[in-house]
Design a protein around this ligand. Structure first.
Ligand SMILES: [Fe+2]
Length: 292
């Protein structure tokens, strides 16, 4: 099973430098162009923050650009929500988030959350919705985790299950923001997937690549399409630089899962697009860190 994993496209209604400090549509076009030589791709996964502004126009842009790319790869696309996304606009344009090669919706999601399940070559793809409106952190909630438990109670036909959602259930302590803005109910998720056929958990949100484990299951954080968070900065500060990236995830075989990161060729790569000093970073954390 070969998956191209993208995340955090942060497309806006009007194509402009915008709040991420980079040309979001340009970054997405660039990384998709760089991925054009990939072969034998079974699925494309995009783990949230598709739209920076939650607008239907932004989802339509993502659907068109990623959809055209996936059609050329002859692969279905699995989209999830992120903290910047807006559920109703997402649903209006992307339905359940599981789109076939021809663009048709291949699954169903309840009204409450954009969570869905469908299969590719016997492998099961489950997307979850970790969006908490108005918050940067994520939470899956008891109802969604109960549903996931029911789905996982029957193993997939072949291979196993790929779980995809936005907020990582792992974090690095050297980042000020990661521990505060990750998935808040990671422990509850760990209990649900422990001993199941989940072979990998695919996430985004942090705009950098990171690998870890949850209940003995590999967790992959793919770097962002729109920009890259650079953790070489001084403790307590945050810097984002240009650098559209994506991942290849290979499952199965004797050595899977394997993860590889692609970086788009960009003569301006590594240029700073925004920088938050200690005070500003503290303010951002304080504003969004409340537990409810
Ligand atoms: Fe995010």
């Amino acid at each position: 099973m070969r998956i191209l994993h993208l995340s955090d496209t942060h497309i806006e209604r009007v194509d402009s430098p915008g709040s991420r400090g980079a040309d979001a549509t340009g970054s997405l076009r660039l990384i998709l162009a760089e991925l054009r030589h990939q072969r034998d791709v079974d699925a494309v996964v995009v783990t949230g923050d598709l739209a920076d502004d939650g607008s239907a126009e932004a989802y339509a842009t993502v659907r068109e650009l990623v959809g055209d790319f996936a059609r050329a790869m002859d692969a279905p696309v699995f989209y999830t929500t992120g903290n910047h996304d807006e559920r109703s606009a997402f649903a209006k344009v992307l339905g359940s988030g599981h789109l076939g090669v021809d663009g048709t919706d291949r699954a169903q999601a309840p009204d409450s959350v954009r969570a869905a399940v469908s299969t590719v070559g016997g492998w099961r793809f489950v997307t979850l919705d970790s969006l908490v409106p108005g918050k940067v952190y994520g939470r899956l909630g008891a109802a969604q985790l109960d549903w996931l438990g029911q789905v996982l109670s029957t193993p997939a036909e072949h291979g196993g299950t790929v779980l995809a959602f936005h907020h990582p259930p792992i974090h690095l302590d050297l980042s000020t923001t990661q521990p505060v803005f990750g998935l808040r109910d990671a422990d509850a998720l760990a209990e649900v997937i422990r001993g199941s056929d989940v072979r990998v958990v695919l996430t985004g949100h942090f705009h950098l690549q990171l690998c870890g484990f949850l209940a003995s299951t590999p967790v992959w954080v793919t770097p962002g399409v729109v920009n890259r968070i650079d953790l070489t900065t001084a403790p307590g500060t945050e810097r984002a630089v240009r650098g559209a990236s994506a991942s290849l995830v290979e499952l199965g075989g004797a050595t899977g899962p394997m993860f590889h990161t692609f970086h788009a060729r960009d003569p301006r790569a590594h240029e700073t697009v925004y920088e938050l000093d200690e005070e500003r970073t503290r303010q951002v954390v304080a504003r969004h860190a409340d537990l409810d």
